[in-house]
Design a protein around this ligand. Structure first.
Ligand SMILES: [Zn+2]
Length: 290
């Protein structure tokens, strides 16, 4: 089994007016049947596009949620979440509503500033706002998993300090190997490990290498983290259907097996691969959601 901590497929299919759970798109990276066949359990993030921020974010979320409603209420194996804290606007009550709708994780920011915190592309970013701190407390209380992908570093450290539960960075890589604003420093990764959280390693070419993004380079990110922080902080967060360019050798959801092969070749044991693929994130989910 593999739990992939970040897929953008719900929105990708929705924008093509297709139902991800029922149809196939030739241009998409993911198809639902292939996930089921390979026992991949996805985190399905509803990404809120910039055009709907700030005041149409909730409405946009509802629109997509309603489109998929019957499927989202089924027994199918996935975790539903939202990428973009704008969705709650300025209302803590909406967090409770999201929980009741089956939302299991919330990515606090995208790349820019919102009412909660600043994203990684803000110049001179600040940390969590006063409202953001309340949001973190409410998410803890409502048993919703916090995702710090896209969150600028000051917010990451604020979150580290105030959250009572472990959190995840659902799709990001190692800054020491690829100096991209979306990647994490070694210090961040070590702190995340100490907190009991995980980082989902992403297949986005730009996060893997600025010069030679290949499967082999991707595997080095797993190796580096295992060396500096241990295997228990590792997970997978492909970002399939959310990337503009694809990683050579790992272009679609039919090819997850290549990741396993690459990790085996790099010397990871089957037991370690099991942790990376599912056990680590499962540990976090058990601690936060129940
Ligand atoms: Zn993202």
């Amino acid at each position: 089994m593999l739990i992939d901590c970040h897929l953008d497929s719900l929105l990708y299919y929705y924008n093509k007016r297709k139902n991800f759970f029922k149809e196939n798109s030739k241009t998409a990276q993911v198809n639902w049947e292939s996930l089921k066949k390979q026992k991949v359990v996805p985190f399905l993030a509803i990404y809120i596009e910039e055009a709907y921020k700030p005041d149409k974010a909730w409405q946009r979320f509802l629109e997509i949620y309603q489109f998929y409603k019957n499927d989202l209420n089924s027994e199918a194996p996935f975790y539903l979440g939202i990428e973009g804290g704008e969705v709650i606007e300025d209302s803590l009550l909406k967090i409770q509503a999201l929980k009741e709708m089956g939302v299991t994780f919330l990515t606090l920011t995208w790349n820019y500033r919102n009412l909660i915190a600043d994203g990684v592309l803000e110049k001179n970013p600040a940390g969590l706002t006063a409202f953001g701190r309340k949001v973190v407390k409410e998410l803890n209380q409502q048993k919703i998993l916090i995702d710090a992908a896209h969150l600028a570093e000051p917010g990451f450290w604020d979150l580290m300090e105030i959250t009572e539960k472990p959190f995840i960075v659902s799709h990001a890589n190692v800054k020491a190997l690829c100096n991209h604003p979306r990647n994490l420093t070694d210090q961040q990764i070590k702190a995340l490990a100490a907190k009991g959280g995980v980082i989902g390693i992403s297949f986005v070419p730009g996060f893997v290498s600025s010069t030679n993004p290949t499967l082999k380079e991707l595997i080095k990110h797993f190796g580096h983290i295992a060396d500096i922080a241990g295997v228990d902080v590792l997970a997978v967060g492909s970002d399939f259907d959310g990337m503009e360019e694809k990683l050579r050798g790992l272009e679609t959801s039919e090819q997850y097996f290549k990741l396993k092969e690459g990790l085996q070749e790099a010397g990871f044991s089957n037991e370690e691969i099991e942790k990376i693929f599912s056990k680590n994130i499962d540990r976090v989910l058990k601690e936060v959601l129940y």
